[in-house]
Design a protein around this ligand. Structure first.
Ligand code: SAH
Length: 370
């Protein structure tokens, strides 16, 4: 038998203990898990929540991930690529308004035109955001999928400052069968899990702070799978994690498998965040937008369960309909220019401060690079 209070005092955890914590459902038990995760977040990463202004630059994608609403074979979505002026403009607005960093996210593309387009955006953003407030320029996170190491290197160079540079590439699940199921189309596997891991290693070599993550509640995924995901985070020695619940998309290719019941999925997602905090200590953990689909205060609860990063959406509202990775994505109409300030009071209500004008590097990475 497991004793929750005893387990929560530990510094290292067995697989059995991790599975037990992930599976907690009793409200009082979940409350205890939350309190311990929150306490350890403060202890390991301080009291601040950092903003990364999310700019969804393009929904054009060459991949066919079966869970994703903007997969290549979905012809119901109008494809867009933001202009360079718009991307740089949003970035400058972020810098001027105290966001220490942004995240450029898009579908996956490998053509030279796109690669050099991102390069040009990065060069301009860095040039225009070095200031007294941000001596290293605006912090940058890229989330542009699997790329050859040469491309990661080109973008790192273009960013102008590798101390402020991060990349987010989730491996989605460490269960190979499940990964193959999620990415198999027309009889062949177009994505390979080991390739994803290689990308993460290459990113490390290029000097990025390495972020990854998984989807929680994928049909067929077990608590043991999620435990194995956490072990993989440890093995990869990641600096940051962004993860959220798997949500069904009518435009994707997994509708027949359904989706876990909302309340259960929400609690499981929060438990996963908390256990990651307990096991992984001083990494950054982002409260995914997807949490907000399941609960009106999803992101705030994410913070209480151990997150220390939030990614307010800075994409111009006219593009948001085109970036529906899953159904019911919230914030279709949230004004990008006032949302961050309105969010602040909600963050304060959870006892946290916004880390204005700070790019919020992961403590794990800072310790590593001393
Ligand atoms: N193309 C880039 C970034 C865009 S997708 C990449 O592949 O890394 C960003 C993340 O959205 C994915 O890693 C995936 O975990 C998440 N996502 C996509 N579809 C989703 C769905 N239906 N439910 C929950 N998360 C989803």
């Amino acid at each position: 038998m497991f004793n929750l209070s005893d387990i929560l005092k530990k510094q290292t955890f067995t697989d059995e203990e991790i599975v037990y914590l992930l599976g907690l459902t009793d409200p009082q038990d979940c409350q205890k898990l939350k309190e311990e995760a929150y306490r350890r977040t403060t202890e390991n990463t301080g009291n601040k929540v950092y903003y990364r202004g999310l700019i969804e630059c393009s929904n054009i994608c060459t991949a066919n991930c079966r869970y994703c609403g903007i997969r290549k074979d979905n012809h119901n979505v109008k494809r867009y690529l933001m202009d360079k002026e718009d991307i740089v403009g949003q970035a400058l607005w972020a810098a001027d308004n105290g966001y220490g960093s942004i995240c450029l996210q898009a579908g996956e593309r490998h053509d030279e035109k796109f690669i050099s387009f991102i390069e040009e955006c990065l060069i301009e953003i860095h040039e225009k955001t070095v200031s007294e407030k941000l001596p290293d320029g605006l912090g940058i996170t890229l989330s542009l999928g699997e790329q050859p190491i040469e491309v990661y290197e080109r973008w790192a160079k273009a960013s102008g400052n590798r101390r402020n540079l991060r990349y987010l590439a989730r491996f989605e699940t460490s269960n190979r069968e499940l990964f193959d199921m999620l990415h198999s189309g027309k009889g062949n596997n177009e994505k390979v899990l080991d390739n994803r891991f290689r990308c993460l290693q290459n990113l490390r070599e290029c000097g990025y702070q390495v972020g990854t993550g998984v989807m929680i509640g994928i049909p067929g995924q077990t608590l043991e799978d999620l435990c194995a995901d956490i072990r993989m985070f440890q093995k990869l020695d990641v600096d940051m994690i962004g993860m959220g619940p798997y949500l069904m998309s009518e435009e994707a290719d997994l509708v027949s498998l359904g989706q876990m019941e909302n309340d259960k999925l929400f609690q499981l997602s929060l438990n996963m965040i908390a256990v990651c905090r307990l096991v992984l200590g001083n990494i950054n953990i982002a409260a995914a937008t997807a949490l907000q689909v399941l609960h009106p205060e999803g992101r705030e609860l994410g913070i209480e369960y151990g997150c220390n990063v939030i990614m307010p959406n800075l994409s111009p509202t006219k593009f948001r309909k085109g970036y529906q990775l899953y159904d019911f994505k919230p914030g279709l109409k949230d004004d990008p220019f006032t949302f961050g300030v309105r969010l602040e009071s909600r963050i304060n209500s959870r006892g946290r401060e916004v880390g204005w004008n700070d790019s919020g590097s992961s403590k794990k990475w800072l310790m590593r690079s001393i």
